[in-house]
Write a protein that binds this ligand. Structure first.
Ligand code: FAD
Length: 311
């Protein structure tokens, strides 16, 4: 039988690495599974991060994540760049199976699997992430100063973010594939009366254009006529939703209507004893690296207290 770990962490973003740092410093020898193809989480897909405290000049996303990892490893956290493909979290000892079929046993599990932004699925979209294409207005709004921007989407997030972006941008065109918005009435009223927000209804992005590795424009297509037109913009914000990575836990943990893991806030306790969750897999409100890191720290402290209470 394999060794029983005190703490196993699933996920290598700011939540997972911070949980690993705290658990390692508490002498719990955490084992972290950080994905086979996407080590370091969402911030590895961006360039400059300007709002993570402690970096007055900003910090490159992948560098920040490498540093978080190194800091946790320095205190003894063990990292395995592999996926957990199935779990049984119901017993006293939790069972986690990795992609090679090895089964790992743990007294506590911290879930920090994050969430994925929905994409348009267009060529160039991923490559231009952080180079004109963005999914997070709070993160990147400041880089949008004085620009003509397109926001794609018609829900609350899209309209809230479009309104927020008018603080920085010259204009914010909202592109929505239907003729009405899904956003709440109050949000819509605010946007409709904002001179900086023109709307392109019944329209979708047909093409993302690139010049010298940067976004240089988009092609809009009319959903009814198929007619296309070029929009000369250098910033595109995609706000069509996100999906928490919780498929593994469906049927075992309580999830909310959108699939986020439910926790007994302000703790990180899930519906099963010994299982804790942190970061964007829980959070549908703030969704920032610093808040993910903060709840990662809380999850490690919660796991530590759970283990000491059991003696
Ligand atoms: P994530 O960072 O998403 O990490 C989760 C990790 O877990 C991933 O690596 C995933 O592959 C892994 N994983 C999932 N399932 C499994 C499994 N079964 N087995 C093993 N591993 C698994 N926030 C800011 O504060 N400032 C910014 O400037 C900023 N810019 C951003 C730019 C972009 C392009 C994006 C996409 C996001 C940005 N954010 C920014 C948001 C920030 O990245 C997220 O809020 C934060 O990374 C969430 O951290 P997390 O640890 O919860 O999850």
């Amino acid at each position: 039988m394999s060794e029983i770990h005190e703490v196993v962490i699933i996920g290598s973003g700011p939540a997972g690495y911070t949980a690993a740092l705290y658990a390692a410093r508490a002498q719990l020898k955490p084992l972290l599974f950080g994905s086979s193809i996407f080590v370091g989480g969402s911030l590895t897909t961006t360039t400059e991060v300007e709002n993570f405290p402690g970096f007055p000049e900003g910090v490159d996303g992948p560098v920040l994540m490498d540093n978080m990892r190194a800091q946790a490893e320095k205190f003894g956290a063990e990292m395995i760049d592999d996926d957990i493909v199935s779990v049984d979290l119901t017993g006293d000892i939790k069972l986690l199976t990795d992609a090679e079929g090895a089964v790992h046993r743990a007294r506590t599990v911290i879930i920090a699997t994050g969430s994925g932004y929905r994409k348009l699925g267009l060529p160039g979209e991923n490559e231009l992430s952080g180079r004109g294409v963005s999914w997070c207005a709070t993160c990147d709004g400041f880089f949008f100063r004085g620009r003509d921007i397109v926001v794609v989407g018609g829900g609350d997030t899209a309209i809230e973010e479009a309104t927020f972006l008018t603080r920085f941008a010259k204009s914010v065109t909202v592109v929505h594939r239907r003729s009405t918005l899904r956003a709440s009435k109050v949000m819509q009223d605010r946007a409709f009366t904002d001179d900086k927000i023109p709307f392109a209804f019944d329209s979708e992005i047909a093409e993302i254009q690139e010049t010298n590795g940067m976004l240089s424009g988009v092609v809009l297509r009319d959903a009814f006529t198929g007619a296309t037109r070029d929009l000369d913009i250098t910033r595109l914000f995609i706000a069509i939703g996100h999906d928490p990575r919780t498929e593994l836990f469906t049927g075992q943990l309580d999830l909310d209507a959108e699939g986020h893991i439910e926790v007994a806030a302000p703790s990180t306790r899930t519906s099963l004893p010994g299982v804790f969750a942190a970061g964007d897999v829980v959070d549908h409100t703030y969704r920032q690296a610093i808040t993910a890191a903060g709840t990662g720290a809380a999850a490690a402290l919660d796991a530590e207290r759970y283990l000491s209470a059991r003696g």
